[in-house]
Write a protein that binds this ligand. Structure first.
Ligand SMILES: [Zn+2]
Length: 455
């Protein structure tokens, strides 16, 4: 049995079927560096948008007060259409709102409409914690959204329209390698943590997915990701744990800060240092996930990638929460170390969109019991989190995550009929896959993986 790293797979040779093209929506966030004057102008424009948002919200709230005691059929709601039609009259009355590009004002109203819609959707579903949109407070930068027009993208700069009397030009330099290839549909100007960004939404032409009878299943973990394919090859990625590197340092600064008098100068100094470190740690984790998902998607021959569905797993974990206190603490610390819940689902998101970009597909399947079950005989057994390799009564000795990956593949093959986009003529099935793996497992006593890829 050969063991191969993903890196050694031959590059995907473009098949004729790849020519079928479809469109995909993507966004790209780029940091910009406005001058002081430009910053001031952006704040002025944003302030107008903020006030418009609040006015429109107030109108809707007043409207609701008038309507709520009336019978349902006599109610007249203010909606997006009514509010956007009133916009020209509003601008005549308050000419300073003309400073903002007209479509930007429209999207503010649309955003409010969207916020209301999602609130009602949650409310009608029975979520009593849902809250209606709220007023935007002072010092809140309202994102300026240019839809379809009002911006001009050049080779290495972008320009935004406005009608402010100061005539300051809103033009920002962009690194040309970051400008996306597709048609730009929408540009947003964003401010967060005193940094400025533009977010470009664009359509990209991507090859259409087709089932090439090659599948790769992955077990996504905190410290490693293990994948298997149908021919019995496996691949293992050891994760770069930026969180472990930063943990000690963050703890140190944290305690130093807490020893200072709260809100003193020194306290603020340590506090900002702490925030910087936490941010850096999360950036590094995110970077690594981008790198790894890119590696996985670009090097696998398979057009179909199977991962465990994390949502189902999390629900199961939540229900278990009341049992063993010590065990809960262990899983909690693990969760905290890489903000587990967000961490793995973000990784799946990265995989999904990167796969789609290349005409591949990521399938999520229920991964419950994939760690407990032995991949060879199927016997269920509870295993502690620190057991890295498992030993079953049937004589099977295997890496814990590899076992899960095989189980995910087995489950996928047995549930393959559920996915109508897969072609079902293929000869691959559960049986043939297991044969491959059993052969592999029988011949080696120590199936600990060798193909480790480091970043
Ligand atoms: Zn077994």
């Amino acid at each position: 049995m050969k063991r191969k790293s993903l890196n050694s797979y031959p590059l995907l040779i473009f098949n004729l079927r790849c020519i079928i093209i479809r469109k995909m929506k993507l966004t790209q966030k780029i940091r910009i560096f406005p001058s002081e004057k430009q910053e001031l102008l952006l704040w002025i424009l944003s302030e107008k948008c903020r006030l418009l948002y609040n006015f429109a919200l107030a109108e809707r709230m007043e409207n609701w007060q008038k309507n709520k005691d009336l019978p349902r059929e006599k109610r007249h709601y203010v909606n997006y259409l009514i509010q956007s039609r009133a916009l020209p009259g509003f601008k005549e009355k308050y000419p300073e709102y003309k400073w903002v590009y007209s479509k930007v004002l429209q999207t503010i109203l649309k955003k409010l409409d969207g916020n209301y819609k999602s609130f009602f959707a949650l409310w009608n579903k029975g979520d009593k914690d849902a809250r209606p949109p709220r007023f935007k407070g002072k010092n809140y930068f309202t994102t300026l959204c240019y839809n379809q027009s009002g911006f001009k993208l050049q080779e290495n700069s972008i320009m935004f329209s406005h009608k402010h009397p100061s005539n300051i030009i809103l033009e920002f330099e962009l690194p040309s390698h970051l400008i996306p290839q597709g048609t730009i549909k929408q540009v947003e100007l964003i401010q967060s943590d005193k940094r400025w960004y533009i977010s470009l939404t664009y359509d990209l032409k991507v090859p259409k997915y087709y089932d090439n009878h090659s599948y790769q299943a992955f077990d996504l973990g905190i410290s490693q990701t293990v994948g298997v394919n149908l021919s019995g090859n496996s691949v293992q990625f050891t994760h770069r744990r930026a969180d472990l590197y930063w943990k000690k340092k963050i703890k140190e600064v944290h305690s130093k800060r807490d020893h200072c008098k709260k809100y003193s100068n020194k306290w603020y100094w340590y506090h900002s240092k702490l925030l910087r470190m936490i941010k850096k740690c999360s950036y590094q984790l995110k970077d690594f996930q981008h790198w790894l998902s890119n590696q996985i998607v670009s090097h696998t021959k398979a057009n179909t990638i199977i991962v465990g569905d994390l949502k189902i797993k999390q629900i199961a974990q939540k229900k278990k929460g009341t049992g063993n206190a010590k065990k809960n603490r262990i899983s909690n610390t693990l969760n905290h170390s890489v903000h587990n819940t967000g961490y793995l689902s973000r990784f799946t998101e990265f995989l999904t969109y990167k796969a789609e970009k290349r005409g591949k597909k990521v399938i999520r399947i229920d991964e419950s019991k994939t760690t407990k079950a032995c991949c060879k005989c199927g016997k269920l057994e509870k295993r502690a989190i620190f057991e890295r390799s498992i030993t079953c009564d049937c004589g099977n000795r295997i890496d814990r995550d590899l076992n899960s990956a095989i189980n995910i593949m087995i489950r996928f093959l047995s549930e393959k009929h559920k996915f109508d986009f897969l072609s079902h003529e293929s000869s691959v099935n559960e049986e043939s896959f297991l044969k491959q793996w059993n052969g592999f497992l029988r011949h080696t006593d120590q199936p600990v993986l060798e193909a480790v890829v480091h970043s």
